[in-house]
Design a protein around this ligand. Structure first.
Ligand code: FES
Length: 122
């Protein structure tokens, strides 16, 4: 596999996110400034769809449920399920699954299409 059309460019406005299916994979697309980004669509903690309420700030995506945060450049984990702090419910539900990085896909906006690069082993 290689570059795949994921969404018409005009359907992703600046500052917005969408969840799409590309070659059978759920992918979150985001447009931040001049850049388009693509990650796996579901939070690594408890599989919340990041396009629904996820916040992009300081080069990271933060899940709205328990605020697990990953970097958008390499998918590295920044913080695992810290919310809510009191009672320590976030830390408790954080133990339901092991901390993991987020899959990041190369993405580009070309000829009116947002394209995502899917490797055959993804
Ligand atoms: S489901 Fe995303 S942080 Fe818990």
């Amino acid at each position: 596999m290689g570059w795949e059309n994921a969404l018409k460019s005009s359907r992703l406005k600046p500052g917005k996110k969408k969840m799409v299916t590309v070659k059978g994979k759920l992918v979150m697309l985001a447009r931040v400034g001049d850049e388009v980004m693509a990650t796996e669509a579901l939070c690594r903690h408890m599989r919340w769809p990041l396009a629904y309420g996820g916040k992009i700030k300081d080069g990271c995506i933060r899940c709205p449920l328990h605020q697990t945060t990953h970097r958008l450049d390499d998918g590295g984990l920044v913080e695992w399920s810290p919310f809510p702090l009191l009672p320590a419910y976030g830390k408790l539900v954080g133990k339901f699954s092991r901390p993991k990085d987020l899959k990041i896909y190369p993405a580009r906006d070309l000829d009116g299409q947002i394209q995502v690069h899917i490797e055959s082993q993804d």
